[in-house]
Design a binder for this molecule. Sequence first.
Ligand SMILES: Cc1ncc(COP(=O)(O)O)c(C=O)c1O
Length: 567
Amino acid sequence: MEKLSSTIYTPSRGTEVITNKPPTLPIPTFLASIFFPFNFNLFSAQMGSLTSDQLDGNSGLVINPLDPEEFRRQAHMVIDFIADYYKNVDKYPVRSQVEPGYLRKRLPECAPYNPESMETILQDVQEHIVPGVTHWQSPNYFAYFPSSGSIAGFLGEMLSSGFNVVGFNWISSPAATELENIVMDWLGQMLKLPKSFLFSGNGGGVIQGTTCEAILCTLTAARDRVLNKIGRENISKLVVYGSDQTHCALQKAAQIVGIDLKNFRAIKTTKSSSYGLSPDSLLTQINLDVEAGLVPLFLCATIGTTAITAVDPLKPLCDVAKQFGIWVHVDAAYAGSACICPEFRHFIDGVEGADSFSLNAHKWFFTTLDCCCLWVKDPSALVSSLSTNPEYLKNKATESKQVVDYKDWQITLSRRFRSLKLWLVIRNYGVANLRHFLRSHVNMAKLFERLVASDKRFEIVFPRQFSVVCFRVSPSAVMDKLKPKYENCHSQQLFTEEEAINEFNRELLESINASGKAYMTHAVCGGIYAMRFAVGATLTEERHVMVAWTMVQEQLEAFLTTNTPFN
Ligand SMILES: Cc1ncc(COP(=O)(O)O)c(C=O)c1O
């Protein structure tokens, strides 16, 4: 693959590289101009001009920005554009290769006064936006956690945008609320969540934008539940617990709800518990806090931590928390999806002891961003913290108390019709396919794991649980070469041996990513720097995994033969 940083791909021409030339659009400009009788070149040339206060003739006036036929025409164009993008997404450098500030140099300084055609805009998307896109949907994308797209998810998003309703309460769009109730019960059943988390069991689910919001809402509910008992003046006594592997969303939420940061506990995890939170460590910390007159409030347990996908043992943690009346939230942002497969369900055994549970369907459940599914056992706790009842929203349905008003389950008032996309995903693929997709990702991760294990120069650093493999070049493979550099720097007290091998792996990963052929990110846990190979992009197949592995080996060989980064 060639470097593409300054080149443009024409989707309809496959792998041909075209420099500084706009792509061929699905509908030729001359045809479009019949429907859109403006002078495209003129608009293009005048892009960014605010000097005039008159349109170039009345023909520039858009009479109806929601004209159905014009919508059909332009939407087809955009769909063709996206379909071509997916067809060729593997040809782009996975991680964008642009430099900071690249776009300001390419786009006009101010907004166009005259309208511009979709054709012109799409040309600019291809020419200026695509180079600055990191291609999360590339089959060679193995970074962070996946953002697995799908046709159903994408089209569900379109339907949702198409209706463009603002479903803050039931009456504002009954289908939006009721479909969300139903889909959250469906997914809860697929996960075998206890009935107490479902509407059918007096709990319930809500679709939030992100896990950050889910944690913030549940922490707010937990805070108020306790403060209502002990008095609001005691807020400085509340303590929040997680581990040193818990996502920073917890700390942010704690800051927002007014927890004294002295009372935020990121309990240390160790190799002996595979970096899961130890119930004994939790208990010890809670006892210390209680002795100090503090009030244990909230525990966030994680299934599939962000760095290395470690798993906190839910059942014993919930048992400890229960003794102190602590609200337990289970953050299964990435790995929760896998639990619809019977063989992975055991990872959330013990969830019956928790108060709330969330997963991001926009990570590994083929649903476009954003779609965080949150279930709570006691919706009234959320409602009593988050509800408001202004005059302009009063209505009979709310007063009847027969309906859910989701505005009271979340931070914002306005909300999107997100359940449509989740509904489409579940219906269009069925549980059978969804399980199959998830399993195939785990199997590809296992394949990569075997490939790493078969090359003595590499080692698996942390145990694989789901579809993420954490590996590195092992110290023994390169230490003799690294030694001179290490000793050099060591005399200046720059590197310990562990830092030297970490630095080596860091540089190797950077060279892999700079190649544009694959994209992986890293984790540091227990002082060890590991490369993370996260399988989950929808288009990834075994052949992409094999190619990525060969490329990792080749990059290492290049390092070893050219003495980079030893000199
Ligand atoms: C375990 C975990 N929790 C929370 C988050 C944050 O998710 P969001 O961006 O939806 O807030 C992530 C993101 O990767 C995560 O891995």
